[in-house]
Ligand binder design. Sequence first.
Ligand code: SF4
Length: 445
Amino acid sequence: MALSGLQIQKLLPKTNCKECGSNTCLAFAMKLAAKKAELSACPYASDEAKKVLGAAGEPPVKCIELGPDKKLRVGAETVLYRHEKTFVNQTALAVNINDTDKPEAVEKTLGSIRDYVLERVGEKLRIDLVAVTDKSGDPAKFANLCARAFEVTRRPIVIRSSSLQSLTAAAKAVKGSNSVIASANPKTADELVKVAQENGHALTVTAPNLDEISALTSKIKEAGFNNLILNFETFSLSEQFQVNSIARRAALKDSFKPLGYPTLKFIDGGEMFDIAADVINEITKYGGICVLPYFDPAMLVSLMTLRLNIYTDPQKPIQVEPKVYPVGEPDRNSPVFITTNFSLTYFIVSGEIENSGTNAWLVVPECEGMSVLTAWAAGKFSGASIAKFIKSVGLEEQVATRQIIIPGYVAQISGELEESLPGWKAVVGPQEAADIESFVKARIK
Ligand code: SF4
């Protein structure tokens, strides 16, 4: 549970020595409460303060780091609804292969998983993990396929088997990949914790109901292992929705640590729309890792786009790099447009210029990812700031034209822009990007 500044101050030495950079212990406590400072900045913090504040600073849903570089993170969530603050780590998507699949089919799927990339508003979206399911019952065959899947994709593996022997063999075969062993139940937990510890993997735990799964995570944590993921045994979409919601609510609202872990859900088959509904449930309702039964690029386009929308931080707009972008194959005499570096605005404007069939330069100054009117209102898209950017990127040497087409919504900056850029004429373009094509036909072509 988050502590207030006054609660934190009671744990500090209260000497106001200023060594932390704040004038008083209270001021430092306020910064800690707002997560704008680290306790380590106070050299005199007691062990008790470190313990209490360390526990209070942990997210209610534990962060699990996966992959050889530990860059894939699941969990670490702090809110039930995105509008409260933001979601932190998006639902990781895995694609399943079975160790009884034909070798050619396996190689093809692994290559597809490795190479799949979907570009949306400048973001490159990829498949996060490979799940390998033991259907052969042959530990060596299963372990070899896990190793091959990691070798080809360099993604962490969801190692799935009901056999302790197969899980152990595969966990060793992909040691160093920081993968996921699935799953430990009350009977196999002790052995599998050892296997996970020795090989550096996370462990999913499963049990028939929430009480039993809570008892199992508590027992494992008490034994000193906490790299856990919850795998609920559910038999319908509504049941999965319910347990995901109960677990997240218990972790966040009641600080119930035994359910404070990310989840993993296997989707084992069914009609395409049923599979999509299951994955959508995971993406929108708290899923940590979701395993798709097969590689389907058409389904992935929709799911990844949905995931991007849900997990985009509303406080940090997606931005493109501030620079001068060519649209088509512009030359020195091509027209020059300008817009802001909010990704959505950039992609819409550049798309409409492209649709108009003209080759052009699109100037995109730094506007902190704001849309045109917001950036103008915040003073980030003024005549003076645009002129400064144009000079800094050397546009005057790059093009022969001395006309710049500004968005119609900010017609009022034209005078200031012409004053700040002597020799240039600011041409007021359309207000809506959709009207760029008719503007180009009427004024440029
Ligand atoms: Fe207080 Fe510690 Fe900061 Fe000194 S360094 S003012 S004791 S919080």
